[in-house]
Design a protein around this ligand. Structure first.
Ligand code: IVH
Length: 668
C-alpha cells in the first residue's frame, strides 16, 4: 500500500507528464475528464495534508512553461484560470461562497466555455500592439504574427470609448471550427501523419508553430469575452456588446440571469444544444455580472472568486472490441479499425472506430476482446480512450499490423518519418475502390448515385478499374448489375454525362494524387491553366508554385512521371471528356502572389477577394515567390522582409490604381 506522500508524488508526476503532452506538444493522451479526475484526487489529498503542498505542485500554478521557440511577454494583468464545478451542487456552493463575501449579488452572466486556446490581445489607443498566449499565466508567448492571420481579429478598433483609451488587454479564445478540424485531420491521415486528438489541440498547434502561413491555412476563429482593466466597464453584460461594437467577434449565446434557477436552466439547455454548434464547448462559465463586485471578490492563487467553470459531463461509453480490421485507403495507407459491440454515444450508435495507426494501438495497448472506453474526439469522431485492464480476457494477445496488404497480399512498407504503413501496389483492388469513391465524391466529380456498394459491384464485374472507365460506362453494363433497373441506369448515365465537361481543378482533385486535395488542385489549375500544361509540369516548376512545398510537389511529379498516369489521362480524354481551365481562370493577375500587411482602408477580405477575382493568389508570408507586398499603415515585419528580399512594395493608392487597370502590371 502506497503512503500518502507516495501517492501525491505519483499524481504530481503523472499530472506534469500530461500537462507537458497537452501544453507543450498539443498532443494529450488522456481526456480532459480523466485529467480533472487525477487533479481532483491530488487536490483532495493536499487539502487533507496541507503540510505536503509544495510550490511546484500542479495545483499551485496555471498552465505550463512557455515554449522556448517564442519570444516571451509578461502579461500586464495575470491571465487567471477558472475553478471547476462538476455538478449543480458545486455551482450552488460557488454562489453561496460569493454571497457570503459580498452580500446579495443579484445578477450573473452565463457564457459558453469555448474549448480553445486562451489569447490576450493588447491594444493602445485602439491600435493592435501584440497577441500572447497564456503561458504560465504571468508570462506568455508572443504570437502576434500568427494570430493576425485570423481575419476576425481587428488591427484597428472601430470604436474606442474614452474609458478605454491607452493600453487595454482584450481576452478570448482561439478555436478551430469542427468542420475545419475534420478536413485537416482527413488530410493528415492521407499524408500518413498523426491526426490531432481534437479541435482544441489542432487550434493550439496552429497558433504555436513558427510559420504564420500554416496558421492562416487552418481556418481559426476567435470569440472575445473579457477586457482588462476590469472596472473600465460596469458589468459583464455591458462588456460583451461593447466588444462587438469595438469590432471583435463575440459569442452570441450568452445570457444574463438573476439567480441560481436561471443558471441551472442555462446549463440544462446547452448540455444538449451544444452538439449543434460548429465549435466545441466543454462547459459554461458563470460570472458575477457587476464588475465592482468582481473586484471586491478578487482572486485566490490562480482563479478568480467571481467566476466558475461548470464542466459538462464527458461523452464516454464503454464497449468491447470484437475485432481489429485493417482498411486500405486510396493511396494505400493501412488504417486499423476497431469493430465494436454497438454502443450508444451522444445520440448515435457506434459500431466501429478508427485506431489511427500501429503506434497508437501499442501505446494504448488495445487488444481484440478488450473492454474499452470510447469518447467522441472533439465531440465528432469516436475514439478509444483507454482499455479497462481489469476486464481483459486472459487469452488476449498484443495486436500487430499484418505484413501484407489485407486486400491484395502485397508487401507493406513504412516510410521514414511516417506513422502509417502503406501498400505500394497501385493496382490493389482496395486502393482502386477508394480512389473511385474519392473520384465520385462531393469534393471531386460529385457524381450522385455511385455509392460504395455500386462501385464495388462494378469493380467485381470488371466494368470499373479507374476513373476513365467511369466515363466509358454503358447503360448495358449498369443493367447487368443485380438490382439496377432502367430508371436507375438512365439516371447514372445522365449523371456521368453531366460531368463530361470538367473544370481542370475538379479533374485534378478526382485523380486522387497523394497529398493533392481540392485546395492544391485549385492552385495547380490556376497556375497551369490547361491539362496539357499541367501534365507536363516538372518537379522544379511545381515546387516553385507558392503554396506548394517539397513534399507535395514531389508527390505530384512522381505521379506525373508514371506511364500509367499519363495513360490514364489519355484514356479520360479519349472518352470525350473536355477539360476547361481551372475555376480561378487566367485573369490579368494570373501567376502573381500577393501579401497584404498593415492596415488598409478597405476591409482586408475585400482586398484579397479583388486579387483573387483577377486571377492572383494571396499569401500570409513574404518569400522570394511573392510578386507584390501591399503595405497599409503601420506595416509590420512583412514590409521589412519584403525589403530584405527585394520584393516590390505598393502603397494602398498604387494598389487601388492597379486593381482598376490591372493590365499595367509590370512583370518580371
Ligand atoms: S473567463 C479570469 N469566459 O477557460 C477568468 N473563460 O478554464 C477569465 N474560457 O482561461 C476567463 N470560454 O481560456 C472565460 N466565456 C469564457 C470562456 C473562458 C473559454 C477559457 C479561458 C480560461 C479557461 C478556464
Amino acid at each position: 500500500m502506497a503512503t500518502v506522500e507516495e501517492e501525491i508524488a505519483a499524481l504530481r508526476e503523472e499530472l506534469q507528464h500530461h500537462l507537458y503532452l497537452y501544453h507543450e506538444l498539443d498532443r494529450p493522451e488522456i481526456t480532459d475528464a480523466e485529467y480533472d479526475a487525477l487533479y481532483q484526487r491530488l487536490e483532495a489529498l493536499e487539502a487533507a495534508h496541507p503540510e505536503l503542498i509544495t510550490p511546484d505542485s500542479p495545483t499551485q500554478h496555471v498552465g505550463f512553461v512557455p515554449l522556448e521557440k517564442f519570444e516571451k511577454v509578461a502579461h500586464q494583468y495575470p491571465m487567471l484560470s477558472l475553478d471547476n464545478a462538476f455538478s449543480a451542487a458545486d455551482v450552488q456552493a460557488f454562489l453561496e461562497r460569493a454571497e457570503r463575501r459580498v452580500g446579495h449579488i443579484g445578477g450573473y452572466v452565463c457564457e459558453l466555455k469555448i474549448d480553445g486556446l486562451a489569447i490576450s490581445l493588447t491594444y493602445e489607443n485602439g491600435k493592435f500592439l501584440r497577441a500572447a498566449t497564456r503561458g504560465n499565466g504571468l508570462v506568455g508567448e508572443l504570437v502576434s504574427q500568427n494570430v493576425l492571420t485570423i481575419s476576425s481579429i481587428p488591427r484597428v478598433l472601430q470604436h474606442v470609448p474614452s474609458s478605454l483609451r491607452g493600453v487595454i488587454e482584450v481576452r478570448g479564445e482561439v478555436y478551430m471550427p469542427k468542420s475545419s478540424f475534420m478536413q485537416i485531420n482527413e488530410r493528415l491521415d492521407e499524408e500518413g501523419k498523426q491526426p490531432y486528438a481534437n479541435p482544441r489541440n489542432a487550434a493550439a498547434g496552429a497558433v504555436r508553430q513558427l510559420d504564420p502561413a500554416v496558421t492562416a491555412s487552418r481556418n481559426l476563429e476567435v470569440f472575445m469575452y473579457h477586457i482588462e482593466p476590469v472596472t473600465t466597464v460596469g458589468t459583464q453584460a455591458a462588456v460583451l456588446p461593447l466588444l462587438a461594437e469595438m469590432g471583435f467577434r463575440v459569442n452570441p449565446h450568452w445570457e444574463r440571469v438573476e439567480e441560481g434557477a436561471g443558471i441551472l436552466a442555462y446549463l440544462d439547455q446547452w448540455q444538449s444544444a451544444r452538439h449543434e454548434l460548429d465549435y466545441d464547448t466543454d462547459g459554461v462559465v458563470i460570472k458575477v455580472d457587476d464588475k465592482r463586485l468582481q473586484e471586491e471578490l478578487g482572486a485566490v492563487s490562480h482563479s478568480p472568486r467571481w467566476a466558475i467553470a461548470y464542466k459538462f459531463p464527458p461523452l464516454e461509453a464503454s464497449t468491447r472490441v470484437e475485432n481489429i480490421t485493417v482498411q486500405v485507403g486510396r493511396i494505400g495507407t493501412l488504417t486499423p479499425v476497431a469493430e465494436l459491440e454497438p454502443v450508444l454515444l451522444a445520440g448515435s450508435t457506434i459500431r466501429r472506430c478508427t485506431l489511427h495507426n500501429e503506434d497508437d494501438i501499442r501505446r494504448k495497448d488495445i487488444r481484440i476482446g478488450d473492454r474499452v472506453v470510447i469518447h467522441k474526439a472533439g465531440d465528432v469522431i469516436p475514439e478509444v480512450v483507454r482499455v479497462v485492464l481489469d476486464d481483459r480476457p486472459p487469452d488476449a494477445s498484443p495486436w500487430s499490423m499484418p505484413d501484407t496488404c489485407p486486400s491484395c497480399g502485397s508487401h507493406v512498407i513504412r516510410e521514414a518519418g511516417e506513422v502509417a504503413w502503406r501498400c505500394i501496389n497501385s493496382a490493389c483492388p482496395a486502393q482502386q475502390r477508394e480512389r473511385l469513391q474519392h473520384a465520385v465524391s462531393r469534393s471531386a466529380l460529385n457524381i450522385e448515385g455511385f455509392g460504395p456498394a455500386m462501385i464495388e459491384r462494378l469493380i467485381v464485374k470488371g466494368f470499373l478499374a479507374n476513373i476513365s472507365d467511369l466515363f466509358g460506362l454503358t447503360r448495358e453494363a449498369l443493367l447487368s448489375i443485380p438490382g439496377v433497373k432502367e430508371k436507375l441506369a438512365d439516371k447514372l448515365i445522365r449523371a456521368i454525362e453531366d460531368r463530361r465537361e470538367l473544370d481542370l481543378d475538379v479533374l485534378i482533385t478526382a485523380l486522387g494524387i497523394r497529398h493533392v486535395g481540392s485546395t492544391t488542385a485549385g492552385l495547380l489549375a490556376s497556375h497551369f491553366g490547361t491539362l496539357e500544361q499541367f501534365r507536363h509540369a516538372t518537379r522544379e516548376e511545381l515546387i516553385a508554385i507558392d503554396g506548394i512545398g517539397e513534399v507535395v510537389g514531389n508527390a505530384i511529379a512522381v505521379w506525373l512521371e508514371e506511364d500509367s498516369s499519363q495513360r490514364l489521362l489519355d484514356a479520360i480524354l479519349s472518352h470525350g471528356v473536355r477539360v476547361a481551365a481551372g475555376r480561378t481562370g487566367e485573369g490579368p493577375l494570373h501567376g502573381t502572389t500577393w501579401v497584404l500587411t498593415g492596415t488598409l482602408s478597405m476591409p482586408r477580405h475585400d482586398a484579397e477577394a479583388a486579387i483573387q477575382r483577377l486571377g492572383g493568389h494571396t499569401s500570409a508570408t513574404v518569400s522570394r515567390k511573392t510578386t507584390y507586398v501591399v503595405a497599409g499603415t503601420s506595416p509590420g515585419s512583412k514590409l521589412a522582409q519584403a525589403e530584405r528580399l527585394g520584393v516590390r512594395v505598393l502603397d494602398e493608392t498604387a494598389f487601388v490604381q492597379l486593381l482598376a487597370s490591372p493590365e499595367q502590371l509590370s512583370r518580371g
